[in-house]
Design a protein around this ligand. Structure first.
Ligand code: NAD
Length: 333
């Protein structure tokens, strides 16, 4: 098949080129993100492959169909960037990679917690400047702390298991609790409000949807312990950033560790060290010593990239051969 890849970067080109030696698709990599203004690049291709910050709205889908695109392949687990109603209406099947490595994302969440808590980033910078003082680097033991896991799906479960290994007490919230996890992971499902109020660390692992959009807002911050560590490796839109800023300014929370940001589109994945960023909120966030931000890299392991490439290319091969699409996104997935 002739595949048009949007929003491509060196790391995914390498992984897809390696995987494609087996699948033999004809791949063209485009740098621009997929949106209505760039969708015409897909003319003459059979399929489009998109990433997390592409904007695949109704107009884009309509144009893709007009240009002859027969399937949309997301090289991500989340599909909040797609208007699924429109995709259904225009008969454009959408496939995704529901599970490529829950370990990659969960381990990154833990890396953020450890880095933030023990100030590893600050300590490393100090030592490079031959400053060997320890003032300001005091952390806390994770052992015995209460960790709130919001979303006990694939990633949330791996995260919970790792935190259990540290000797933490686990609280969980999920719209569809899995009772068997209570015993397996020694976690206790509680209402969201109780989790927010009792946790020393809160980690978000639910997908972004109309129901979860801004689930961490002013009221949620007010419920949290003032020392809480909030970790978001899921989607930026789960946290209302203006409320986060307010909570940081007023000392309402201890730390925020973010791999995703509400307005990351057009910023994350790009080198802006020469141009600077126009986003004042992001710029302000980076000034807090108790905020740690990575640019949506939780998925970025060799294993995850190889799985993303193989799953995506095999879904497209299945489509080409009229075989069942096991990773198709259903309208109400
Ligand atoms: P999953 O589908 O296995 O688990 C999601 C969990 O959230 C499920 O247990 C589900 O019941 C729960 N849930 C769904 N809607 C809810 C709601 N309204 N309220 C409460 N609970 C709800 O997904 P996963 O594989 O664990 O991935 C979780 C999210 O992580 C993805 O949706 C994606 O946004 C994000 N992610 C981020 C990266 C990254 O690089 N930062 C990489 C992969 C995935």
């Amino acid at each position: 098949m002739k595949l048009a890849f949007f929003d491509t970067h060196g790391f995914d080109r390498k992984a897809f080129d390696q995987a494609n030696s087996m699948w033999q698709h004809e791949i063209t990599y485009f740098e621009p993100r997929l949106r209505h203004a760039t969708a015409q690049l897909a003319k003459g291709f059979d399929a489009v492959c998109a990433f997390v910050n592409d904007r695949i709205d109704r107009d884009t889908i309509q144009l893709l169909k007009q240009e002859g695109i027969r399937i949309l392949a997301l090289r991500s687990a989340g599909f909040n960037q797609v208007d699924m109603k429109a995709a259904h209406e225009f008969d454009l099947p959408v496939v995704r990679v529901p599970e490529y490595s829950p370990y990659a994302v969960a381990e990154h969440a833990v890396a953020l917690i450890l880095t933030m808590n023990r100030r590893i980033h600050r300590a490393s910078n100090r030592v490079r400047e031959l400053n060997f003082s320890l003032d300001g680097l005091v952390g806390f033991d994770l052992h015995g702390k209460t960790v709130g896991v919001i979303g006990t799906g694939r990633i949330g479960q791996v995260f919970a298991r790792i935190m259990q290994g540290f000797g933490c007490q686990l609280l969980a919230y999920d719209a569809w609790p899995k009772p068997e996890l209570s015993q397996q992971l020694n976690l206790r499902y509680v209402p969201l409000q109780e989790l927010l109020a009792q946790s020393d660390i809160i980690s978000l692992h639910v997908p972004l949807s109309p129901e979860t959009h801004h689930m961490i807002d002013e009221a949620a911050f007010q419920s949290m312990k003032p020392s809480v560590v909030l970790v978001n490796t899921s989607r930026g839109g789960l946290v209302k950033t203006s409320a986060l800023l307010q909570a940081l300014k007023s000392g309402q929370i201890g730390f925020a560790a973010l791999d995703v940001y509400e307005e990351e589109e057009g910023i994350f994945f790009h080198d802006m060290s020469e141009s600077g960023v126009q986003d004042d909120v992001l710029a302000r966030l980076t000034t807090f010593p108790n905020v740690l931000i990575t640019a949506h890299q939780a998925f970025l392991t060799h294993e995850a990239l190889a799985n993303i490439a193989n799953t995506t290319l095999s879904s497209l091969r299945a489509f080409e051969h009229n075989e069942p699409l096991v990773h198709q996104v259903q309208l109400r997935s």
